[in-house]
Write a protein that binds this ligand. Sequence first.
Ligand SMILES: Cc1ncc(COP(=O)(O)O)c(C=O)c1O
Length: 383
Amino acid sequence: MLKELSDNTVVPDAPTEWSSERSAELYGINSWGAGYFNLSEQGEAQVNVDFGDQQVVVSIMDIVLGMRARGLHMPAVLRIRNLLDHRIKVLNESFALAIAQGGYTNAYRGVFPIKVNQQCHVIEEIADYGRHYHHGFEAGSKAELIIALSQLRDHGSLIICNGYKDAEFIDLGLYARQMGINCFFVLESVTELPLLLERSRALNVEPLIGVRIKNSVVVDGHWAQDSGDRSIFGMSTDSLISIVDDLRNAGMLHCLQLLHCHLGSQIPNIRNVRSGVLDACRFYAGLVQEGAPMGYLDLGGGLAVDYEGARTNSTHSMNYHLHEYCTNIVESICETLDPLEIPHPVIVTESGSRHGRLFLHAAVQHTRRARQQTRPHSRYAAR
Ligand SMILES: Cc1ncc(COP(=O)(O)O)c(C=O)c1O
């Protein structure tokens, strides 16, 4: 409603009745909160956490008051480990459901890209909770590989090494291989192969090798200008052929087991996801036909967060649900590989934003000290 003032200016009328529903609507909390956040009748922001079989509702104001009572000051970031656990759980279970429904004959193995959030307590939590689902790590540097190796709790999980690799980085990954860890070196260009082969011979350890391809799909959203053929990451078909030839000549084509691509982050449109998977599968099939054993298809990140809660394909939103994302991936792989009678690969995704960045707006200080205090709410708060 608008009202006119005496000087003829028109201003919105002040709402006569306030209610927490009106606030929830105004701030769109039910749209972006993904069921984790809502408002109480008193108008306090609440967080719903999964606690075993129950849902526990905690008032954020109570947490703030508890922290103040312990002498902690604002501003601060509140990190709720149960929500992080829940994100890993739903991602893994959604893939498990899509796999079961689609008659897919292999598994899902997620990896968390350490670059998205390198904080120790986040990585520890992912390693700890993720091991139930064999959720591993993606390492984009030597330092991140050290983190991944020190935290990985389960040998069924994967470590995917992307990025520039020097001899030390490679040696570290080869030692991990020797210890029985599924550590993949993803080659981003032909120039990386000679050093990998040299270190492998020197240490007498065979590497698990992946190749990163340049996906030709141009995605909607933020990365539109840098996707498809314009992407600076990944190999062209020529380079891929040259890697296959070099590996064959070195008698190591059997080490090539993974294909990786990353369409871009925050992909708002499910049609892009589908086209990207179809494109990746064509490369995958080509590598199998060249004689590489393959077995793993790593689709990178891209799973979006609906920051606006609008459910559209605009940059900060997404026009799909998690289950649709998983189903589209499973269906696209089957659609391409089944007619060629190529066995279904392990599906890998490197989703990070969905775990690492949703819980952003809350402002409560995290400290180790807070975690060590034993107050009733500290189980849910500040880890
Ligand atoms: C290779 C790779 N994998 C995964 C990710 C994380 O993707 P997302 O932010 O969409 O979860 C990124 C992000 O930059 C990336 O470059």
